[in-house]
Design a protein around this ligand. Structure first.
Ligand SMILES: [Fe+2]
Ligand SMILES: [Fe+2]
Length: 220
């Protein structure tokens, strides 16, 4: 069954079934090859050959973005596993589905850049799933608050990467531009669905955790 349909059916399952479906999502995200539903926005752009330093830098940035998408999937699936309200759970699973496109596009670009995803993806997935499940246990307003904060932070960091990418890397640029628009929409939708603002110090802790992730994932 395609990942998206399986995520959809997650709504009707028992808690144990949900946990097992979450585990399956983990394996597919970390070890599988997710398939995008939308065409890769980088493909219409020319694949300009960069010098070695430029290629390595672009690959480091795209590896960070790939890890970000692994974390987003894990966070949302973790939250959905414990969400009480079916509408919130459906929204979380829908957000996770849309991140699958981003995950697949980043993986494609990493391969084009002769590079690879982070070797620590199982660790990133496990940590984010745990954070998502803990947030979800606090209630559905918190769940949506986490979505808003995550998406806003990702949006800001995509802006930094758009500045930082080698100018000739048009394919990565097109992918990140589309991702940035999607993340802004995810945040708006979660806000409209009743997200609460996360209290101090949670946004700062999330930002620090993502700085650690970015520093490590650039290389490993
Ligand atoms: Fe994303
Ligand atoms: Fe998103």
């Amino acid at each position: 069954m395609p990942q998206n349909r399986r995520m959809e059916t997650l709504r009707h399952l028992t808690p144990l079934d949900r946990l097992l479906a979450g585990a399956q999502n983990a394996l597919e995200t970390v070890l599988g090859r997710p398939v995008a539903e939308r065409p890769n926005p980088g493909q219409p752009q020319p694949d300009v050959v960069m010098d070695e330093a430029g290629r390595r830098h672009a690959a480091g940035l795209m590896r960070i973005n790939h890890v970000g998408e692994v974390c987003a999937q894990a966070l949302y699936v973790g939250q959905a596993t414990v969400a009480r309200d079916p509408a919130t759970r459906a929204q979380l699973l829908h957000a996770a589905q849309e991140e699958t496109d981003h995950l697949a596009w980043c993986a494609d670009r990493l391969a084009e850049l002769d590079s690879r995803p982070s070797l620590l993806n199982p660790f990133w997935y496990g940590g984010s799933f745990a954070i998502g499940a803990l947030a979800g246990l606090r209630g559905d307003g918190w769940n949506l608050g986490f979505v808003v904060e995550t998406e806003r932070q990702v949006e800001a960091h995509l802006d930094e990467h758009l500045e930082d990418l080698p100018a000739e890397d048009l394919r990565s640029r097109a992918i990140l531009t589309q991702m940035k628009m999607d993340e802004a929409r995810h945040a708006d939708q979660a806000e409209a669905a009743g997200a609460r603002t996360l209290p101090f110090p949670i946004p700062g802790v999330m930002s620090m955790a993502s700085k650690v992730m970015k520093t490590v994932a650039y290389r490993i």
